[in-house]
Design a protein around this ligand. Structure first.
Ligand code: HSE
Length: 327
């Protein structure tokens, strides 16, 4: 779908396309860099329009308090859009890009992936490139790599596909959609802290004891079986992380208590969303998720963190999409 912006009578209309990409929960606790799931809201929006000169230019960013770089080599949206141009053999086309950030910076909600994916999808639609979803995934990963120093696909893939996705991180990454049990709902609390994914990745040990690795890949397999069989008990037992969360959770005040509160309130599993600081609980239904969110809010408050945002969302089933309307 291509929108046409309002212009003066003398000027031809400038086609433009706006895309939304949702927040995502990376890792889904047990599968570091392997599993990710998409929330229905919130998310980022990116609008792309033709410009007369070649080059990709960020014209405005809203909702970032001036903190996101506008230089096209350093902005994830322009990096992803340029990758789409190059991949489709349209490197001589010029684009203007405007970004609306609905996701926090360094919040563990997949903000860089959402901007990258929305830019890739908007550019693809504007130019009718005909690129495959696999190709768009690779283009968006260019943006993610720019932001985090790593092309991990567990946020980009669910932001693009929607749903709960597993990725094989080979190059090129392969994303596989997994079944989402009926009712699965996310309660996510974003405390107003920032943890840069790059730093949180560098904090991790690169050596994993074999016994921990065995337990962890068994849990990854168990989660997949649990999802296929809608076996809530197996899903619950699989949602453990022995690899990344133990190193990262001390950066989030009250994490142990917040996680315990979520489980006590009925979550089937709870943990860091991506590299944190957001903490999420997976729940059987919307009503449970609301109870879990309130329990997590209270636990964060007891830890002295009362500046938080709270989200209760079903798993998004659509992924990135074109949204209407431009000024
Ligand atoms: N898999 C990534 C990590 C997700 O844990 O570093 C970051 O959002």
């Amino acid at each position: 779908m291509v929108e046409f912006s309002a212009n003066t009578k003398a000027e031809p209309p400038t086609p433009c396309v706006r895309a939304f990409a949702p927040a995502t929960v990376g890792n889904v606790i047990c599968g570091f860099d392997v599993f990710g799931l998409a929330m229905e809201t919130p998310g980022d929006e990116v609008e792309v329009r033709h410009r007369s000169d070649p080059g990709v230019v960020i014209t405005a960013i809203h909702g970032d308090e001036g903190r996101i770089p506008t230089e096209s080599d350093h902005n994830v949206a322009s990096v992803a859009a340029r990758a789409v141009l190059m991949e489709s053999g349209m490197g001589n086309i010029g684009l203007d890009i405007e970004i609306w950030k609905g996701l926090p910076l360094s919040g563990g909600m997949g903000g860089s992936a959402a901007s990258s994916v929305a830019a890739a999808v908007a550019t693809d639609t504007l130019l009718e490139t005909g690129l495959t979803k696999e190709a768009l995934l690779q283009c968006a990963l260019n943006g993610e790599k720019r932001a985090t120093g790593s092309a991990h696909p567990d946020n980009v893939a669910p932001a693009l596909h929607g749903g709960l996705v597993m990725v094989r991180p080979d190059a090129p990454a392969v994303a596989i959609d997994l079944p989402v049990p009926r009712g699965l709902t996310i309660a996510l609390i974003h405390p107003h802290l920032e943890l840069e994914t790059k730093a949180m990745r560098e904090a991790l040990s690169t050596d994993v004891p074999l016994t921990l690795a065995v337990a962890q890949w068994a849990d990854c397999a168990a989660l997949v079986v649990g999802l296929y069989e809608e076996d809530w008990d197996l899903i619950s037992r699989a949602l453990m992380d022995r690899i990344a969360q133990p190193t990262r959770s001390p950066f989030v005040p009250g994490f142990t208590e917040v996680r315990a509160a979520a489980i006590e309130a009925g979550a089937v599993g709870a943990g860091l969303s991506g590299s944190g600081p957001s903490v999420f609980g997976l729940c059987r239904n919307l009503r449970d998720a609301e109870v879990v969110a309130n329990a997590m809010i209270q636990a964060f408050a007891s830890a002295g963190l009362d500046r938080i945002d709270s989200y209760v969302s079903p798993v998004d089933s659509r992924g990135a999409r074109i949204v209407g309307g431009t000024a």
